[in-house]
Design a protein around this ligand. Structure first.
Ligand SMILES: NC(=O)c1ccc[n+]([C@@H]2O[C@H](COP(=O)([O-])OP(=O)(O)OC[C@H]3O[C@@H](n4cnc5c(N)ncnc54)[C@H](OP(=O)(O)O)[C@@H]3O)[C@@H](O)[C@H]2O)c1
Length: 337
């Protein structure tokens, strides 16, 4: 028996092929999931271009870490799930809780091991999570990486309280979830973006203050002024072009959640300002399963609806990757399987 899967044959979007590969079965400790939807992350563009070097499977990698589907077969020893359960993948197939270790971080999907862009995937029981009933397959497929990363920054590490100020950057997947979680915590939200049209979407989502970072390259001081003493937390997804402004936006004792580097990995840091203002720089590596369960509870209770953009069929995954790379999207770019 075979199934369709999106495979990276060699680096480059043009070398992603949707083709038949053998269908898996549920081995001990795993559940066979009929994948129904997937979503793309910026990281998938890095993987497709071979950016993880020797840390990614060198040939025949099944792409994408984030997906949702229903359990169709249970392997020996799996007792916490039932056939028919609606589940999403965990970004790390085996990081139940506790601190990050090299071994746990190495269990990320769609780099060193296969991802979920396929019709059936046998996943460890530690690598799946039931999804809230109010979400469609497409919406549920957006949660594993960007939502949990945002949750880790805003809630697990950030411990955000009502009335605090959070700054988000841009209108991509992580930033929109961070905005939604910040609002659910009762925080004041300042959002930046590159265009007025995208800022209008951020306003609809509930942002209290908006800054166009193209029109206002020194947006950090403006964000600090808007929040009075300065922001409590900045969600930094920009890296090189944003770290300085993120620090300027903060109050003394505030935190920059170091999440991404869409503008470049190497950033200079004003150590004097960081030390004198007791700034905390908090690196985030998605998050573990225990946090994921807490996040699912909050998504369910607050009936949070992920913001989705274009949905492509699996056969058009190259077009989906190109659309993500173009930066036109707001929220998540998705795949129907
Ligand atoms: N550490 C982790 O665990 C973790 C997890 C997930 C993602 N990440 C990283 O986080 C970053 C974002 O990921 P994503 O999946 O959310 O990406 P995404 O959906 O592709 O969104 C990226 C967004 O960044 C904004 N942007 C581009 N240049 C910018 C700049 N100079 N300043 C501010 N914003 C800028 C754009 O929004 P506008 O056009 O609205 O400005 C763009 O839509 C990536 O670097 C990714 O690798 C890290």
């Amino acid at each position: 028996m075979t199934m369709q899967a999106a495979i990276l044959e060699s680096p480059g979007i043009e070398n992603v092929r949707v083709r038949a590969i053998p269908m898996p079965t549920a081995g001990p400790g795993t559940a066979l999931v009929r994948m129904r939807a997937a979503s793309l992350n910026y990281r998938d563009l890095v993987v497709v271009n071979g950016g993880f070097g020797s840390r990614q499977k060198q040939s025949g990698l099944v792409l994408l870490s984030d997906g949702a589907g229903e359990i169709v077969e249970l392997g020996e020893g799996v007792c916490e799930f039932n056939i028919g359960d609606r589940v999403a993948s965990c970004f790390y197939e085996d990081w139940a809780g506790g601190r990050p270790t090299a071994a746990r971080l190495a269990t990320a999907l769609a780099a060193g091991r296969d991802g979920i862009a396929c019709e059936y995937r046998a996943l460890a029981a530690t690598g799946i999570m039931r999804v809230p009933d109010h979400l469609s397959w497409i919406e549920a497929a957006t949660l594993p990486c960007s939502a949990l990363t945002a949750w880790s920054a805003v809630v697990a590490h950030g411990a955000t309280k009502a009335g605090e100020t959070i700054v988000t950057q841009g209108s991509g997947g992580v930033s929109l979830f961070a905005a939604q979680f910040a609002l659910a915590c009762g925080a004041r939200l300042i959002s930046t973006s590159s265009s007025e049209a995208k800022l209008a979407r951020l306003k609809e989502i509930g942002a209290h203050e908006l800054i166009n970072y193209r029109a206002e390259p020194e947006w950090g001081r403006r964000a600090r002024a808007l929040s009075g003493e300065g922001a409590d937390l900045v969600i930094d997804i920009g890296g090189r072009a944003t770290l300085k402004q993120s620090m300027l936006a903060l109050r003394p004792g505030g935190t920059v959640a170091l999440i991404g580097a869409v503008s470049g990995q190497r950033a200079s840091l004003n150590l004097g300002a960081a030390v004198a203002n007791s700034i905390r720089l908090q690196g985030i590596a998605v998050g573990h399963r225990e946090s994921y369960a807490e996040m699912m509870r909050a998504v369910s209770f607050h009936k949070i609806r992920p913001v989705t953009d274009e949905v492509f069929p699996l056969a058009d995954i190259q077009a989906a990757l190109r659309f993500l790379a173009s930066g036109q999207h707001v929220g998540k770019v998705c795949i129907e399987i």
